[in-house]
Ligand binder design. Structure first.
Ligand SMILES: [Ca+2]
Length: 482
């Protein structure tokens, strides 16, 4: 069973003699797909620390984002509400002015006696997505590429001229984020290392209150810069298998999603950089894994080792050429399937993988339950506490949404995609793990489609305004509609 407090349910005040409320260590990585040892997406990948966390905690091997893109995924997780409820579907939409009354996960902890602290990318990384009132203390993200960061979007970053040798991946005439390579600096100077260092220092201090500590790692997001030793782990990486006709049975909206950012995909192929790019992604995963190991070691040697809930998640997956795509923002497994692990307080049967479909939306109500916080009626996820207590507990199918009206429903076996024009895809993942054969048109599966379609959101909230619709002041964190 969980603690006495959570058993008593909502708003239970601490009881005399009750265990102190658990702390939370909330770790995120960015754009990490299932190329993680314990998830089996890429045999040969080196993620010993995540694998160790799976062995001593609970791996959710069938976890999916609410939306396969940074801001809508993170906004959904941190507000507890789907994009179809909030209207936040893209990276251009500030959640705060659209949802002024939303009580986010860190705010809810703050309002209930916790100290909320964080570092790195927790909310989306552009200015205005991480209001200072979310936290008691926060170390802003340190970018590895200050030459790329536009100061109107990243006002806390000191922009510098392009360094010699840029872009480091050797793509011709290339400017921007789509870069990878080894930077000429020690590991400890990378931004994610600094976030982990900050959190490790936090864990060394005596904390007066229970804490919610968020550490958001940027890796393996582009630009995929990492120390050389991580690149050296992958001298000859294997490439994904991509049939040439893989998109032939995909409806037009699916083809359009696959073709987004096609220029970057085409250049990688044209300039012979596919293997280099896969290697950089693997290196960035292993770098993130090493930093996670560092952070978990800091917790283990701290005073909080035995009274902390640990959760690790990635906001979305990532394509590396599959479906002729190189990014996220699709409704296939590659983009929606993410690492999700929990360990520490509340986890029974450690080392037993939970294979039920679960959503990142489930994290907020899970932490509310484990920490005995008041429940919030607007949360649309389902607490994972029953699965933490019993690895065989049931969980209903989960939905990922990209843009209004486009959804994927995932259960233990099937992926059912329905686009806004009614076109469909259905994949039997037991027989077709790479989702090569769309069988939505086969009448034998009409029953499967109908049973999954019951989980599709009935309505899609209209898109909320975008950044261009506001004047935003970073100093005061205020928005004014133009
Ligand atoms: Ca992301």
């Amino acid at each position: 069973m969980l603690s006495r407090r959570s058993f008593l349910g909502a708003a239970a005040a601490p009881l005399a003699g009750a265990a102190p409320p658990p702390n939370v260590l909330f770790i995120s990585v960015d754009d990490m797909n299932d190329w993680v040892g314990c998830l089996g997406g890429y045999p040969g990948v080196r993620t010993p620390n995540i694998d160790r966390m799976a062995a001593r905690g609970a791996l959710f091997s069938n976890a999916h984002c609410a939306s396969p893109l940074c801001n809508p995924s993170r906004t959904a997780l941190l507000t507890g509400m789907r994009p179809t409820t909030t209207g936040v579907y893209g990276n251009e939409q500030w959640w705060r002015p659209a949802l002024p009354n939303a009580v986010t996960l860190p705010m809810h902890f703050r309002r209930n006696g916790y100290y909320a602290a964080g570092a790195g990318k927790v909310f989306h990384h552009v200015a205005g997505f991480n209001p200072p009132d979310q936290w008691d203390e926060f170390q802003l993200q340190v970018f590895d590429d200050p030459w790329y960061r536009r100061t109107e979007w990243y006002p806390w970053v000191k922009k510098i001229p392009n360094p010699p040798g840029h872009p480091f991946n050797g793509l011709q005439n290339f400017q921007g984020e789509f870069d990878w390579g080894v930077l000429d600096k020690p590991e400890s100077e990378y931004g994610d290392f600094k976030a982990v260092q900050w959190a490790s220092d936090f864990l060394k201090k005596k904390q007066e209150k229970p804490f919610f500590l968020a550490v958001g790692l940027w890796h393996p997001h582009i630009p995929m810069f990492a120390p050389k030793k991580y690149f050296d782990m992958y001298p000859d990486p294997r490439l994904p298998e991509v049939p040439e006709n893989d998109l032939d049975d995909v409806p037009p909206i699916g083809k359009r999603l696959a073709a987004a950012r096609i220029e970057e995909h085409d250049r990688i192929f044209k300039e012979g950089k596919w293997r280099d790019a896969v290697r950089a992604y693997l290196a960035s995963i292993s770098f993130a894994d090493a930093l996670i190991g560092r952070l978990l070691a800091a917790l283990e040697t701290s005073a909080y080792a035995n009274n902390t809930v640990i959760v690790l998640w990635s906001d979305n997956g990532w394509h590396l050429g599959e479906k002729q795509h190189w990014h996220k923002s699709t409704l296939w497994e590659r983009a929606t399937h993410v690492p999700l692990l929990m360990a520490g307080t509340g986890v029974k049967s450690p080392g037993v993988t939970r294979t039920q479909p679960v959503s990142l939306l489930d994290i907020y109500p899970t932490l509310v339950e484990l920490c005995g916080l008041p429940r919030r009626a607007e949360l649309e996820g389902e607490s994972l506490a029953p699965l933490l207590a019993n690895p065989k507990a049931p969980h209903k199918p989960v939905v990922s949404t990209f843009e209004p009206g486009n959804h994927a429903v995932r259960d233990e076996r099937w992926r059912y995609i329905r686009y806004r024009d009614g076109t469909e895809e259905l994949y039997d993942r037991h027989a077709d793990a790479n989702e090569y054969r769309n069988i939505a048109g086969d009448a034998r599966y009409d029953g499967v489609k109908a049973s999954l379609a019951r989980y599709l959101p009935a309505k899609s909230a209209p898109q909320v305004p975008v950044r261009a619709d506001y004047d935003f002041d970073f100093a005061t964190h205020t928005w004014r509609r133009k």
